[in-house]
Design a protein around this ligand. Structure first.
Ligand SMILES: CCCCC/C=C\C/C=C\C/C=C\C/C=C\CCCC(=O)SCCNC(=O)CCNC(=O)[C@H](O)C(C)(C)COP(=O)(O)OP(=O)(O)OC[C@H]1O[C@@H](n2cnc3c(N)ncnc32)[C@H](O)[C@@H]1OP(=O)(O)O
Length: 219
């Protein structure tokens, strides 16, 4: 399976690289927020663009040939730094930290102005994105991972931009299909609910190592 990469990086070196990844992604997130909300004029825009182009050129000095993929390290940790929801080095990702308890998984994240849909509210597609990852990761953590086959979302009321909480649990497992349900709430009030059917694809059946089943998309 291309894109799933096995590595052996010294844990101390890995911690250092993780710090750097979070730092650069954090800076670019700040830039995104500043861009969405800027009111400066033409001269400042031109100057900012010049500086951004210079920064881009520095980052382009050494690039991966393609996407980051999912990397498993010899120490048992894994990295999906390009993931659109969790990715440590992806400024598009909020990024979300998903916590796993015995029976359920949850997350808390602050969704800023770059995730706006209706005025002042989180874009529905962004909520679906968060659900997809939260429900998929929940299935993985329970040892019954899969690709998203079907994801349904019921938007009960608008979700204001700002802090949200997501929760999910595995409802049932039927053969290769894992049914997961979840909610997103704000100040204790549910604004959206979701059900996902995660299917262990044909190519993975019977050959997914136990250790990988709980860790395909985290990190
Ligand atoms: C180291 C390797 C580890 C491999 C681990 C394996 C899986 C985990 C993979 C990824 C997880 C990774 C990371 C993150 C986790 C979550 C967040 C992100 C999730 C995503 O962002 S993921 C991208 C979007 N997602 C896709 O890109 C899927 C494209 N699609 C396909 O890859 C196939 O389409 C697939 C696999 C869905 C099915 O294909 P298939 O050939 O394996 O299925 P098959 O025909 O055998 O059906 C078996 C039973 O599922 C029923 N069934 C079939 N399709 C259904 C559907 N769509 N909805 C509801 N039920 C369905 C049948 O009716 C039958 O049901 P029954 O058994 O009752 O008859």
């Amino acid at each position: 399976m291309s894109g799933y990469i096995q590595e052996d990086i010294d844990p101390e070196e890995l911690a250092h690289r993780t710090e750097l990844a979070s730092a650069i992604a954090g800076s670019v997130r700040d830039l995104i927020d500043a861009t969405v909300r800027t009111e400066v004029g033409e001269t400042d825009i031109a100057e900012a663009r010049r500086l951004i182009a210079a920064a881009t050129e520095i980052l382009r000095k050494d690039q991966l040939p393609g996407p980051f993929g999912i990397r498993f390290n010899a120490d048992g940790t894994k990295r999906s730094w390009g993931n659109a929801v969790l990715g440590r080095r992806n400024p598009i990702a909020p990024p979300v930290d998903i916590r796993h308890e015995t029976e359920h998984s949850w997350l808390e994240v602050d969704l800023g102005p770059q995730y706006e849909g209706p005025a002042g509210l989180v874009h529905g597609g962004v909520l679906a994105l968060v659900f997809d990852q939260l429900l998929g990761s929940t299935a993985e953590f329970q040892g019954v991972p899969g690709m998203t086959g079907t994801l349904t979302v019921r938007y009960r009321r608008g979700t204001p931009l700002g802090p949200i909480r997501g929760e999910a649990r595995v409802d049932r497992v039927e053969g290769v299909k894992t049914f997961v349900t979840g909610t997103i709430s704000v100040d204790g009030e549910v604004t959206a609910e979701s059900e996902g059917i995660f299917i262990l694809p044909r190519w993975a059946r019977g050959e997914v190592p136990e250790a990988m089943r709980k860790s395909v998309g985290e990190g």
